[in-house]
Design a protein around this ligand. Structure first.
Ligand code: ZN
Length: 250
């Protein structure tokens, strides 16, 4: 068991990859937009990285709709947001960031998207995958779940099971040398049915710093930092990320 994580993962510690089975201490975080990974799982990513896991972010869309600032062209916004995401990820100890480049705001859970995520899973071979819970159309907190979040979550869940696992799905990838891959654990953020609370108190400041590195998106003019702190803190002052956790059979 990774040192310390057993105390933080809601009394259900993340499984320890079995090296004898070729399992690696790797986690893939699949997010719709630049900044979603930091929001949804930045604390868990930092904890895993500090415990020796290799964490990779995969950003599905190009973030080209995410600004009201008329001085930004869509192209400048894409470049700016990708750069911000790389810096923020590095701040949390995330080892790499991939960008699939689908158009922001226009995502559907298509065959193309499924294949792209399957390819990433087969190439990176993560033990655990973190992504948006695709089920809520309206969050319990009272806001609408962005359609890109739903499409990303749904395609990622479908990629984890069964598409990445089975050799007859996207067989052209297997023919290229990308072997089928079994993901052991799935963690969904933004869920209306969380069953796993990860104590991120030791890394919450780093998570907030990472979010503020998305300078095109956030600043503290409107009490944003205070809002974030209060969003994750419980009455005792500890901070949590909440996930719906699915442990695979086998
Ligand atoms: Zn988003």
């Amino acid at each position: 068991m990774a040192a310390g994580l057993e105390d933080l993962w809601g009394h259900q510690p993340p499984g320890e990859p079995d090296a004898a089975r070729g399992e690696l201490r790797r986690a893939l975080v699949v997010a719709a937009h630049p900044d979603d990974a930091d929001f949804g799982a930045g604390g868990a990513a930092a904890l895993l990285a500090r415990s020796g896991w290799e964490v990779r972010y995969l950003v599905v869309t190009d973030g080209s709709k995410g600004s009201d600032d008329p001085s930004f062209t869509p192209h400048q916004l894409v470049e700016t947001r990708a750069g911000e995401q790389r810096v923020a990820a590095a701040h949390l100890g995330v080892a790499s960031v991939g960008f699939l480049g689908f158009t922001d705001g226009e995502l559907t859970a298509s065959r193309d998207l499924l294949g792209a995520i399957v390819r990433e899973i087969r190439a990176f071979r993560p033990y655990a995958v973190y992504t948006h819970d695709p089920e809520p159309v309206v969050h319990n907190e009272g806001f609408i779940n962005h359609s890109d979040h739903r499409a990303t979550g749904l395609a990622t869940v479908d990629a984890v099971y069964p598409a990445a696992r089975d050799r007859l799905n996207f067989p052209e990838q297997v023919a290229e040398g990308l072997a089928p891959h079994v993901v052991r654990e799935l963690y969904l953020w933004g869920s209306n049915q969380p069953n796993c609370d990860v104590d991120i108190s030791s890394v919450v400041e780093a998570k907030i710093e990472a979010l503020l590195l998305h300078g095109s998106q956030f600043n503290n003019d409107d009490g944003f930092i205070d809002y974030m702190r209060s969003r994750w803190q419980d009455a005792e002052g500890r901070s949590f990320e909440h996930f719906r956790r699915v442990v695979m059979f086998g």
